[in-house]
Ligand binder design. Sequence first.
Ligand SMILES: [Zn+2]
Length: 291
Amino acid sequence: MEVERSLSPMWVRVFEEMTVIVVDVAWLNSRAEQSRAAGRGQTMKLFDAHCHLQDPRIFDKAPQLIAAAVDSGVVRFAVNGVSEKDWHLVKQISESYPCVIPCFGLHPWYVAERTPNWLNTLKQFFEATPSAAVGEIGLDKGSQGKKVDFTDQVNVFRQQLELAKELKRPASIHCVRAFGSAEMVPEFANLGAYFSFSGFLMSMKVHKAKRMLKMVPSERILLETDAPDALPKSELDSAHLVEGASLPEELQSIEISSAPFAGARDVLTFPKEALNHPQNIHKFLRPLFKP
Ligand SMILES: [Zn+2]
């Protein structure tokens, strides 16, 4: 697609189908070592490159979620709006928390719901928020995205990319089954792209994850939680769940602690009602440290 060629910095988010992941384990280890040596606490400082703290399921809990994540070493959160309905909430959170980088964009799933004035509204948000990036935007041919006219998706995506270029803002891009294969990584990297990996790493076979990670230059790796979605598959006792989110009874009685990632045990698929806490970013970093 020609559109991508005209872009400046962008973040390409990586999903199941786009087999790309990154990480030079030695590099990460050395960073963690430096961080410990500098006495800045036991944990690495992390940037959650993509989450949705404005999501109606967790908006009222955002202050606690941010506080807990900051305590655990997460120093920045790129909070992505998804539709005209939530841009004001993203702005509101960013005004209360300097650690939040606001991102405004129309997500492909919500393209059909846009009003005739959506692009003007979006431009107004950028005018009023010079620190904001563009996102979440993109293309989706997955089970959810298939329901939205693809030509419409492309048009809306293109207009937002052009806006990002015009305003010189980075763009956070969602791509599911729409951009082609991992062979495109070098080309995207040359355009200035960063590749962001989520807790999906944890449900992959280790060798497959490492193969993916090797395809992306280590300095182009970002991590994201996509909270409150994308709860990483992990041992129940090592996960942080959003408190108060409805869980089936059999799970409510299990004590959630911060036990280290144990890796070898069977992974557990959480019920879809369980919500991902931004603090979980540490959980899916750990498997990457393993030799
Ligand atoms: Zn997202």
